[in-house]
Design a protein around this ligand. Structure first.
Ligand SMILES: Cc1ncc(COP(=O)(O)O)c(C=O)c1O
Length: 440
C-alpha cells in the first residue's frame, strides 16, 4: 500500500521547477498498465499520450518489466566506456537489422536531446564545417546544441541565444496556391529556400548538416510528401552536406514502419533515436554508418550513463514485443481506423480543423468555428473535458492548436472507439457551452 502523498502534491509548485509545463494535465497517477493510467483516487484513464510517444509497446509491458528486473539483478550501471556488457552489443546488432541502409553503428545516450547533440557533433567533426540547417517549427530538444536547431516556439530560445544554425521553412502543402500541384509546390519551394539561404546567409561549404524531423512533431504533426524528403536528400548530396533525421518521435513504429526513413524511402546519413526505444527507460542513440562514426575522433564524445545496461535489456525486450505482437501492423491499422473516425467527426464538429496523421501519430487541429483560426484556449477546455470523461490526450503545434493522439501501438480498435467516443462527448459539451451548433 502506497503512502498518502496528497500533502506532497500541495507543495508541488514550491518544489518542482515551473519551467516544466504543468498546465495540462498535471495528472496524479499511481499506476500504469497497457493503455491505461490509474489515478490517485481510483480513476482509470485511457492514455492517448504514451508518455509523449514513448511507451509504444504499452505501459509496463510484462516482458519489458521482466527484462528490467533481470537486468537489475545482474548489472545496473556501465559505463560502456569502462566495462562492456552483452546487452548493449546485442541491442546494437538488433537495431542495425531494423534500421535502413548502412545505419549500423551507435553512440548510446539517455535522451532525445542527447541523441541530437551527438548527431550535430558527429556531423561537425566529420565535415569540419561549423553550421547546421534546420526547419522552422522543428523541435529537437532543449540542451543548448539541440536548442540551436529547435524553433517550434521562440520562448524555448528566449535569452539563451543558441547559435550555429540557420532555419528554412518546412513542407507546408496547406500553403499551396490553388491550381498548383502540391508536391511540385513544396519541392520547388524547398529548392528555392535553400538557394536563397546559400546566396545570402551561409555558403553550402560551411554547412555540416541539415537536420529534419521526417514528420514535424511538436510543430504540429505535419506529414510532408515523400518527394519533399527525397528532394532534401538530393540537395544535401549535391552540396556534400550530411542529412540528419531526428526520429526521436517518429521511430519505433509510430509511423507504421520501424522508422519514418522506411515509410518515406529516404535514408539519412545520421539518425537520432530515443523515446520508444526502451518503452520509457532513459535510452537514446546517435546512429550512422561505421565509416562515418570512425571519423569521430577517440575521446571527443562520451557519457557516464548513456547505454545503461537495464535500459538496454528493456530495449531488447521492446524489439521482441514489437515483432511478436506485430505492432507495426497495428500502428497502421488502428491509425487508419482512428483517422477515418476523426474525419467523420470533423464533418459534424466545426471546432475540428484539419486532421493530419501517419500511423499512430495523429494531430487534430482545434479551430474557432467562425474564423477558422487556431483556438488553443478551446483546445485546453476540450482536453480537460475529455480527461473528466476518462481519456488523456496531449497538445502540440506552434500555436498550441493541435491535439496530439499518440496512443501505445498496442492500442485495440475498441480502445480507439472508446477514447474517441469520450472525445466527441467532450466536443459536444464544449460546443454546448459556447453555443455552437453541432452539424448533423
Ligand atoms: C523530434 C524530437 N526530437 C528531440 C526531442 C527531445 O527529446 P528529449 O525530451 O528526450 O530530450 C523530442 C522530444 O519530444 C522530439 O519530439
Amino acid at each position: 500500500m502506497k503512502k498518502d502523498w496528497t500533502h506532497l502534491l500541495e507543495r508541488m509548485s514550491d518544489r518542482l521547477a515551473p519551467s516544466m509545463a504543468k498546465d495540462h494535465p498535471n495528472l496524479p497517477v499511481i499506476k500504469e498498465e497497457g493503455c491505461y493510467y490509474y489515478g490517485l483516487n481510483g480513476e482509470k484513464y485511457l492514455d492517448f499520450t504514451s508518455g509523449i510517444a514513448t511507451t509504444n509497446v504499452g505501459h509496463r509491458h510484462p516482458k519489458v518489466v521482466q527484462a528490467v528486473k533481470d537486468g537489475a539483478d545482474s548489472l545496473s550501471h556501465g559505463p560502456s566506456g569502462v566495462i562492456i556488457y552483452e546487452t548493449i552489443l546485442r541491442l546494437a546488432d538488433r537495431l542495425a537489422e531494423k534500421l535502413p541502409g548502412n545505419l549500423d553503428c551507435f553512440f548510446f545516450g539517455n535522451s532525445g536531446a542527447e541523441a541530437v547533440e551527438g548527431a550535430i557533433k558527429l556531423a561537425k567533426h566529420v565535415t569540419k564545417r561549423p553550421y547546421i540547417v534546420s526547419f522552422i517549427g522543428g523541435f529537437h530538444g532543449r540542451s543548448m546544441g539541440a536548442l540551436s536547431v529547435t524553433s517550434s516556439k521562440s520562448k524555448y530560445r528566449q535569452f539563451l541565444h543558441p547559435s550555429g544554425s540557420y532555419q528554412i521553412p518546412y513542407a507546408r502543402i496547406e500553403d499551396c496556391p490553388e491550381g498548383v500541384a502540391p508536391v511540385e509546390y513544396v519541392t520547388a519551394k524547398l529548392e528555392k529556400d535553400m538557394e536563397q539561404l546559400f546566396d545570402h546567409q551561409v555558403t553550402p561549404e560551411e554547412v555540416a548538416a541539415v537536420i529534419v524531423e521526417p514528420v514535424l512533431g511538436e510543430g504540429g504533426y505535419i506529414v510532408p510528401p515523400k518527394e519533399w524528403l527525397q528532394k532534401l536528400r538530393e540537395l544535401c548530396n549535391e552540396k556534400g552536406i550530411l542529412l540528419i533525421f531526428d526520429e526521436v518521435q517518429t521511430g519505433f513504429g509510430r509511423t507504421g514502419e520501424w522508422f519514418a526513413a522506411q515509410t518515406f524511402g529516404v535514408i539519412p546519413d545520421i539518425m537520432a533515436i530515443a523515446k520508444g526505444i526502451a518503452n520509457g527507460l532513459p535510452l537514446s542513440a546517435t546512429v550512422a554508418s561505421k565509416e562515418l562514426m570512425q571519423q569521430w575522433p577517440l575521446g571527443s564524445h562520451a557519457t557516464t550513463f548513456g547505454g545503461n545496461p537495464i535500459a538496454c535489456e528493456a530495449a531488447n525486450a521492446v524489439i521482441d514485443v514489437m515483432e511478436e505482437e506485430d505492432l507495426l501492423g497495428n500502428s497502421k491499422k488502428q491509425g487508419d481506423h482512428a483517422r477515418a473516425l476523426l474525419n467523420r467527426m470533423k464533418e459534424k464538429h466545426p471546432a475540428i480543423g484539419r486532421v493530419r496523421s501517419i500511423g499512430l501519430m495523429i494531430g487534430i487541429e482545434i479551430v474557432d468555428p467562425v474564423t477558422g483560426e487556431p483556438n488553443s484556449e478551446g483546445l485546453f477546455e476540450i482536453l480537460d473535458l475529455a480527461l473528466e470523461k476518462g481519456v488523456l490526450f496531449y497538445f502540440g503545434g506552434n500555436k498550441t492548436e493541435i491535439i496530439r493522439m499518440i496512443p501505445p501501438l498496442s492500442v485495440s480498435k475498441e480502445q480507439i472507439d472508446e477514447g474517441l467516443r469520450m472525445f466527441e462527448e467532450a466536443l459536444i459539451e464544449y460546443e454546448k457551452k459556447h453555443s455552437q451548433v453541432t452539424l448533423v
